[in-house]
Design a protein around this ligand. Structure first.
Ligand code: HSE
Length: 325
């Protein structure tokens, strides 16, 4: 972190960006990264659950963090996902001394539905409103990726980009950023979160570093098929393409009941699905709400039988991303 800018001293009011007690609150959505075959390059935002974030400009230097939930997350901004994202933003705001952040998380850390991305995306979008929307969405993704780095050790944007842009996004590249919004059809999403924690950093560490060519061919066929299916609103093609021959075979062993959830939900009519992000949540896509409800029943019956606590979400794709409260 650049210490000169971090300790920049004029007051906000001297520089025209007043603290003045003004604050902005946003809802920052959960997201599903990877979307089965698109490891690190595809993601979509969920209508529920959301974190609540309130930001104000402060006359104190740096980022003050107030947590109003029970997750006990660090308040040192350099070790906190939201703090790291806001510090990256401050580096490019010589007229602002600092921010105060109040965070009320509803998305459990380690659940696999983009908890850290919601923590990173919400604050930078809210801060940008306070600053007159001086930054582009792409800039906000760039700042928020500093938060993801704190969470998982590497920058990736497949949760952050959909959280900020809404809808389904393809991240063709992160260096330089190349984000493509995909016009997907209406889809219902059922998510089950078996109550175990899988840290993204651990779930990345177990991945193989080499891929067989025959698997790579299958995977890029599926990614292309999924993107084409989404754009053409071709539900059958979407369903056929929801297959992962590279990441899922390794990570799914960490998730009790995974294979059964997948097969029974498909029998119940889901188009397909798989691990949400790095897990342990599992998501399924359905064409209509009735099917999504049947899928939820299957998920519930499996985890009741296994005897593992779980939480389900029946929701849709959130087209808006982070939104003002
Ligand atoms: N693409 C990332 C991973 C998403 O699967 O590790 C983490 O939410």
């Amino acid at each position: 972190m650049n210490l000169i800018k971090k300790y920049y001293s004029p007051t906000n009011s001297q520089l025209g960006v007043g603290g003045g007690g003004k604050s902005v609150s946003v809802l920052s959505p959960a997201t599903v990264a990877n979307v089965v075959c698109g490891f690190d390059i595809l993601g979509f935002a969920l209508s529920n659950p959301n974190d609540e974030v309130t930001i104000s400009i402060s006359d104190e230097v740096g980022v003050q963090i107030i947590n109003q939930d029970d997750f006990n997350l660090p308040t040192d901004p350099e070790k906190n996902v939201s703090g790291a994202a806001l510090l990256a933003m401050l580096e490019e705001c010589p007229d602002v001394k600092g921010f105060t952040l109040i965070s009320k998380k509803h998305i459990k850390p380690g659940s696999g539905i983009g908890s850290s991305a919601a923590s990173a995306a919400g604050p930078v979008v809210a801060a940008n409103y306070l600053l007159g929307n001086r930054f582009s969405k792409e800039d906000l993704v760039r700042f928020a990726m500093f938060g993801e780095k704190v969470a998982s050790g590497v920058k990736h944007a497949d949760n952050i980009a959909p959280a900020i842009y809404g809808g389904v996004t393809l991240i063709r590249s992160i260096f330089p950023l190349d984000i493509i919004a995909i016009d997907a059809p209406e889809l219902y999403v059922t998510v089950v979160h078996p109550q175990i924690e899988v840290r993204t950093a651990d779930a990345r560490m177990i991945l193989k570093q080499n891929v067989l060519l025959k698997n790579a061919i299958k995977q890029w066929g599926n990614i292309a098929g999924l993107v084409a299916g989404l754009i053409k609103h071709d539900y059958d093609l979407i369903g056929r393409s929801l297959e992962d021959v590279i990441i899922e075979p390794v990570r799914s062993i960490l998730i009790p009941g995974f294979n059964e959830v997948k097969s029974r939900c498909k029998e119940a009519g889901a188009l397909g699905g798989g691990i949400s992000g790095s897990g342990p949540s599992i998501f399924m896509l359905s064409k209509d709400e009735e099917t999504a409800k049947s899928v939820e029943k299957e998920m519930i019956s499996i985890y009741e039988r296994i005897g593992l606590d779980y939480q389900t979400h029946l929701t849709t794709i959130n087209q808006e991303g982070v939104r003002l409260l």
